[in-house]
Design a protein around this ligand. Structure first.
Ligand code: FES
Length: 147
């Protein structure tokens, strides 16, 4: 197979995958989980606290927060080994807490994430719960470490 036909093959495959995903998730969710801008562990200097949490579904999420002197979240990243919905929920969480105070971030609910995602499928609502629980555990760890 030459390079052009290989590229065409990959493009077609990618398109088919996206079409399958769109049967299960809305367009916004698919867009987020294909391109999560806050994905990955940042450099150590950009992490004040991080915490991994294993959700009841067996998937793990981890947040990395850079917290400034005013207890505001300057930078936030995440990783997860969960499903596409968990990637979208993690990314949506980062979008909703960046620049916020820790107290405000801690108030974020799974329902608010779900709403911002225009609705996760019923069998994936818990993925937003995984994001919220991981975030709260990360903030609690920071507060505990500070005492
Ligand atoms: Fe476990 Fe989505 S199925 S986080």
């Amino acid at each position: 197979m030459d390079k052009n036909s290989f590229d065409d093959f990959v493009d077609k495959l990618q398109q088919e995958i996206i079409e399958e995903e769109l049967k299960e998730y809305n367009e916004y969710i698919v867009k987020l989980f294909h391109n999560p801008k806050h994905w990955g562990k940042p450099k150590d200097a950009e992490i004040t606290v991080d915490k991994s949490y294993l959700g009841p579904c067996g998937d793990t999420m981890q947040f990395f927060l850079k917290i400034d002197d005013n207890n505001k979240i300057g930078k936030v990243n995440f990783i997860t080994d969960g499903c596409g919905a968990s990637v979208a929920a993690g990314e949506q969480t980062t979008l909703m807490i960046e620049g916020k105070s820790l107290d405000d971030a801690k108030k974020l609910t799974a329902e608010e994430i779900d709403e911002a995602l225009n609705g996760l499928p019923d069998d994936h609502k818990h993925c937003a719960e995984l994001a919220v629980r991981t975030l709260r555990k990360t903030i609690e760890k920071y507060k505990k470490d500070k005492i």
